[in-house]
Design a protein around this ligand. Structure first.
Ligand SMILES: O=C[C@H](O)[C@H](O)COP(=O)(O)O
Ligand SMILES: C=C(OP(=O)(O)O)C(=O)O
Length: 453
């Protein structure tokens, strides 16, 4: 835990943007060389933005619609992106998975699905412990490629500010590839539906055939009505990550010429994690001063008072779409803890978009020692989230998932059953387990059924 320090010339930045430097900032790296940090963030402060403020404003409108039940958010991507895997194949696979899920969810929800990647910036992780010990050797914990390397050597594990610039360059390149895939015909609705049909060829997935048939018929109906499918060849796709490393987020913040407001141009949407959402902490202060749409993760220890205080602090103007609460309670807890929070916020009149993260409250260690999750728990938390909102007459606005487009074996279960022994086959995540491509699609089909119900 440390107070973030930075170059003096920015300590009195516009609109108190640097006030966070006087507050406690949890989960920050201990940079060994302050001069190198100042040089790196100074260069970042001059760099071109990754996203522009107008796109962030568009997302605020989309999230407001999700808050009213007129759209549904699908946010997904790696737990921790890595520099090594920021290549076209991996990015394409992830986008394809999200697009496939989105078609199924659009059908289930009968509303537009807002598509958002945990991508192009998800390079920093909060950790339970500052250090890791192996065979009697203790080194700093791996905190994400933006900070240090995964290899267990002193050199790799020492936080290196040059990595902030590398994260910026790789995120910019990723954003470019994302735009190429989502604007260039790859997103064609008919093609995406064909991929889902391919998924159905596996007998294990026959139970989803009815939904696929219905989507088929809907597409043929649209075609018969003369729908312009060429206009559906590109999709809106937004970028997001956890705003954890405040030196990076501050350096990427620019004043918007149109409005004079500050926007963090590292992503359209940023969220504060469960471990850094202290009301008087640096993260909440910094995020209260930027105009992007933002999220806060709420774990099972959240009280209704905590949630209310966050709405007042982070969205004093009560702008719809500005604030999303991403609840991650755990399958066994969501039905007990979530109702009081939703009720209190709803009664206060605060505009909040409610999203479920069914991953982070359901992490377990397998008998074979892997950090994993059960697909059944993930689905159960989503079901609990829908049940609570249905009971209260409030709006379940979306899903926040850790997933990948590849055939990894990190989460237990699924129709192509991944067992405890199977985890070792392709366990590739550097921090938390992700749904693989097939599991992600299965989840989408099951959530579509919940949405229709
Ligand atoms: O993604 C969430 C956290 O970074 C992660 O769960 C922390 O994991 P740890 O307990 O292994 O540090
Ligand atoms: C760390 C994360 O989640 P949480 O803050 O909910 O634990 C995350 O989403 O990567």
């Amino acid at each position: 835990m440390s107070v973030v320090t930075g170059p003096a010339e920015r300590s009195a930045g516009p609109a108190g943007l640097d006030h966070f430097r006087t507050l406690e900032a949890r989960q920050q790296p201990t940079w060994p060389d302050p001069a190198a940090l100042a040089a790196a963030t100074g260069r970042l402060a001059q760099a071109a933005p990754i996203v522009v403020p107008a796109q962030a404003d568009t997302l605020t409108e989309r999230l407001a619609a999700a808050g009213r039940g007129e759209a549904f958010l699908l946010q997904g991507g790696d737990c921790a992106e890595t520099f090594a895997e920021a290549n076209a194949d991996r990015i394409r696979n992830k986008i394809r998975t999200i697009l496939q899920m989105a078609v199924v969810l659009t059908h289930g929800a009968s509303t537009p699905v807002v598509k958002m990647g945990r991508m192009a910036g998800q390079y920093a992780k909060p950790r339970s412990s500052d250090t890791e010990t192996r065979d009697g050797v203790t080194l700093p914990a791996y905190r994400g490629d933006m900070i240090n390397g995964f290899a267990f050597t002193e050199q790799d594990r020492t936080p290196d500010p040059e990595r902030l610039e590398q994260a910026y360059r790789i995120s910019s390149a990723t954003a470019n590839v994302v735009r190429a895939f989502t604007q260039g015909g790859f997103a064609d609705l008919r093609q995406v539906h064909e991929w889902n049909r391919g998924f159905m060829r596996n007998p294990a997935y026959a139970r989803y055939e009815k939904t696929a048939d219905e989507i088929d018929r809907a597409i043929r109906f649209m075609h018969a009505c003369g729908a312009d499918f060429d206009a559906l060849r590109s999709v809106e796709f937004f970028l997001s990550h956890e705003a954890l490393v405040l030196d990076y987020e501050r350096a990427m913040t620019r004043t918007d010429q149109r409005t004079g407001k500050a926007y963090d141009t590292s992503a359209h949407f940023l969220w504060i994690g469960e471990r850094t959402r202290q009301l008087d902490g640096a993260h909440v202060d910094f995020m209260s001063r930027i105009a992007n749409p933002i999220g806060v993760k709420l774990g099972p220890g959240t009280t209704p008072q905590d949630a209310l205080a966050l709405t007042e602090r982070l969205n004093p103007d009560n702008l719809p779409g500005r604030l999303t609460f991403v609840t991650r309670m755990g399958a066994g807890t969501v039905r007990d803890v979530l109702p009081a929070i939703v009720e209190a916020v709803t009664w206060s009149g605060a505009n909040v978009t409610w999203v479920t993260d069914p991953m982070h409250g359901n992490t377990i260690t397998s008998a074979s020692g892997y950090k994993t999750r059960r697909l059944t728990d993930v689905l159960d938390e989503v079901a609990g989230f829908f049940e609570v909102h249905k009971r209260l007459g409030t709006v379940p606005g979306g899903l926040h998932m850790e997933l990948t487009g590849d055939d990894v074996t990190e989460v237990l279960g699924g129709s192509e059953e991944i067992s405890d022994e199977g985890l070792a086959l392709r366990y590739e995540t550097l921090v938390d387990p992700r749904l693989n491509h097939q599991q992600s699609l299965e989840l989408a089909f099951q959530v579509a059924e919940m949405l229709r119900a």
